[in-house]
Ligand binder design. Structure first.
Ligand SMILES: [Zn+2]
Ligand SMILES: [Zn+2]
Length: 369
């Protein structure tokens, strides 16, 4: 077979600049897996790298939410990382990060999301494993999971890293008991993933506070009982009143912060019910501090839980949820905009302006002419 060529969408350190770099893809070594990228999500983090808000080691290939098709299996690869048999042509998702296996987080805590040397940035090379490319070559230790037949790539890409991120967050917060009220702050992919999980977990009332309107429509479609539009209700105290009324005056048993806005912390914490848990997921790249009324925390038996990244098993759980529910819940419909690799900058710009629900990159020429 003639050598395969691949294009890589590379951030070179210049804000708002994406360069397409071409290179040759080698055949997979023993234990490695070569994928043809079918679809790759645009995540808020990609936008923050692109604008320069979040630092990264340049040059770096974008894309950590990939769906691909197995192009070639290296010697000895017969199953995915959940022991499901795989063959050329199978659709898979992969976990584009590598834990070191030799640090306190990996070995003592047993939690790869706390790996001190977690490799999440992919430099441009012929051994690229990032998703904004024609091909991804997965090294042996990089987990991938086969997608069950009949599951559209859009349904898998729709929640990209958001759903596994929320699965770990729910787990860290101790999960949800049936009937508990949930308030979600933020209606981006992470907030929408929280809405979906709350509903699937048997939540009582689910309230979503966010914007713009088309994302709140999506929240409704995913199971929110009440949405509060921060553009229509700009006054936080008025929003608090609405959220309390929706939860029978009690507030949220679980409140999920998924906004990326520091001010949301105080607003959310105030809405916490007695015994409630405040789950912070969106402030990963948001410096600054906020005061907390410690006495309320103490006397109301409340807790604040943070969660960052996720682990391979959360990617698998997310995939199983998508496979199980995509026919009944409009997951694929969350993908609102598709862009070819050559228009990666446009995909990022549209995502930054929140004009789309979820944008994806579709590298294949057959689908992006
Ligand atoms: Zn992401
Ligand atoms: Zn480690």
């Amino acid at each position: 077979m003639s050598a395969r060529r691949t294009r890589l969408a590379v951030l070179d350190g210049v804000p708002e600049h994406v360069e397409l770099v071409e290179t040759t893809v080698p055949a997979p070594d023993a234990g490695s897996t070569l994928l043809r990228v079918e679809m790759a999500g645009v995540c808020g983090t990609d936008v923050h790298f692109w604008t320069g808000l979040t630092p990264y080691p340049a040059p770096m290939v974008l894309g950590h939410e990939g769906v691909g098709v197995i192009e070639e299996l290296g010697q000895g690869v017969a199953v995915d990382h959940a022991a499901v048999p795989v063959q050329v042509g199978d659709r898979v998702v992969w976990v584009p990060e590598r834990a070191c296996g030799r640090c306190h987080g990996c070995t003592i805590l047993g939690d790869s999301s706390m790996c001190e040397n977690l490799e999440v940035y992919c430099a441009p090379s012929s051994h690229n494993w990032a998703a904004w490319a024609d091909y991804a070559l997965l090294p042996p230790e990089m987990p991938f999971f086969r997608v069950a037949g009949g599951t559209p790539p859009e349904a898998v890409a729709a929640f990209g890293c958001a759903l596994p991120t929320m699965l770990q967050a729910f787990e860290r917060a101790g999960g949800l008991s049936p009937g508990q009220n949930v308030i979600v702050q933020g209606s981006g992919p992470v907030g929408l993933a929280a809405t979906l999980l709350a509903r699937l977990s048997g939540a009582g009332t689910v309230v979503v506070i966010g914007a713009p309107a088309h994302r709140l429509d999506a929240a409704n479609a995913l199971g929110a009982d009440e949405v509060i539009d921060i553009e229509a209700v700009p006054d936080p105290s008025q929003r608090a009143e609405l959220a309390r009324a929706a939860t029978g005056g009690r507030g949220g048993d679980l409140i999920v912060e998924a906004t990326g806005v520091l001010e949301a912390f105080s607003e959310g914490f105030e809405l916490l019910a007695k015994g409630g848990r405040y789950l912070v997921v969106g402030l990963w790249g948001t410096p600054g501090s906020v005061p907390i009324r410690a006495m309320t925390l103490n006397n109301s038996n409340q807790s604040i839980v943070g969660s960052s990244f996720c682990q391979p098993r959360h990617h698998l759980q997310a995939l199983r949820i998508v496979e199980r529910h995509h026919a009944a819940i409009p997951l694929a419909e969350m993908v609102s905009d598709q862009f070819p690799l050559a228009r990666a900058s446009e995909a990022l710009a549209v995502s930054r302006r929140q004009e789309c629900l979820k944008a994806v990159i579709v590298p294949g020429p057959e689908r992006c002419a």
